[in-house]
Design a protein. Sequence first.
Length: 572
Amino acid sequence: MHRQNITQNITNGGNKKKGINFIESIIEKDLAKGKNDGKIQTRFPPEPNGYLHIGHAKAICIDFGVVQKYGGVCNLRFDDTNPTKEDMEYVNSIMEDVRWLGFNWGNIYYASDYFQKLWDFAVQLIKAGKAYIDEQSSEEIALQKGTPTRIGTNSPYRNRPSEENLDLFNKMNKGEIPEGAMVLRAKIDMSNPNMHFRDPIIYRIVNHPHQRTGKTWKVYPMYDFAHGQSDYFEGVTHSICTLEFVTHRPLYDWFIDQLKEFYPKDVNYRPFQYEFNRLNLTYTIMSKRKLLQLVKEGFVKGWDDPRMPTLAGLRRRGYTPESIRNFVEKIGFTKFEALIDIALLEHSVREDLNAKAKRVSVIIEPIKLILINYPKKKIEMLEAANNPENDLAGTHQIAFSRELYIEREDFMENAPKNFFRMTPGGEIRLKNAYIVKCIGVKKNKIGTIEEIYAEYDPQTKSGLPASNRKVKSTLHWVSAEHSLPAEIRLYDRLFVVENPSEEKDFHKLINPYSLIVKTGARVEQELENAHPLENFQFQRLGYFNVDLDSKKGKLIFNRTVSLKDSKGKVFP
Ligand code: ATP
Ligand code: MG
């Protein structure tokens, strides 16, 4: 897989018409031709076996996006044909996440709604001599499949009479046959160059109750025997999926051809499958199976842990739906697999929050700063801009007093020449307040600095006509008395290597420092009533949001992303 060069214009996938991707261009052509009578219907078909992740967001954006753009309907379809792995918890989270991303579906469907119809269709195929029950083990069947360069071998059960096949199929579904002992296969062509045509398995026995159909069924259709069929039953016109299904497409079409015979619909109607490149992100795994492992094995605190690439995790981390949609728009849809730099996703949320987030002052590792010439009881309420990028955002007040906190790392006793922050004898400006000069420190017995002393200059209040004094830096601060305690959770990447999916065992690739908790932070009073998930810019520190566990008296914030990309510049 090549690393996609994200500085280059990739969003068009080689299309001549500017601003549209290749799928939109197909749709425009279909509309112009009046294909399917000008109807556009898509579906987003998740399997409810986990939470949605950022990769799914890409699929959602195209499935729902094209009907928003061209008119039509996109339905939500739960591809629930695998009862052992599926759960209603996942169904509910998927609905919440699609809505959160900003999309509305027409209908909600479940592949399990079609179990009867699919069974009937399978029975029809058996009767027509196009399907048979195979009693071989899955290993034997796999061996007989051949390879792309070597044709397959017919199963000894291939020419079983229809009545016998029907009888066994019924027995399979009554629970009379053990799991794995028999499967139903479509009888197509064991020498077809496309391996998917070599008598694909279309039904298998699963002895596990289904979360919607209970114990009604003991046999369940395979993906290839459910997906296109569901598309056909629902009236989907554009079945958009990822590139790994390219080789399935001829089989998709074959089954549609069969279906059209058994269930004639409008003669002009048929669904078509189109494939785009799936999203792969650096430092991220996207397989639901592995994400479930991270949850189950306790590497993260749940599906919505802010380090997870799930939509629930990203939401809790402070990502906005707009930032995710903009990201998808930027990476575009092509026909080539690529690995996208996660910095591009981070850039997207930074860009969105820069425009929207209120600026506040927070000290993560406080050290006390005492202004010895500032009156003891005096409190000034200073104006702080909510967002300098947006005049309409207004201001809020921040209390200033004699005792303040600043960041410990903003002070250095024996500073090198290029250290421009606070240092003995040096002057700095306190944001929205005054220029102050450090005059000394107090240390404890082991030499750790406990307090910094400074003098402020009343003539230099922000907003007064500029004095001719120049200072090299402006530091943020909070008032000791007026600030509130808070916990700050600093997140980093969950994996230490660029492409953790390439490694079979991801355990040794996990970043032990992916979460650092700072418990002694001080935040300005403005944050007292911040609501869950609200986004802020902590000045000079980054973008943060209110964690879902935060409450009055025990404030908790998550770092969404730092202010700048510190890991190397990857975009213009
Ligand atoms: P997994 O194999 O991890 O379970 P999946 O692809 O089987 O994932 P589904 O729930 O079947 O997950 O996916 C629903 C839809 O989302 C499918 O159309 C699928 O192609 C699409 N999708 C899944 N992962 C990605 C991805 N990384 N990028 C783009 N689309 C994706
Ligand atoms: Mg799937």
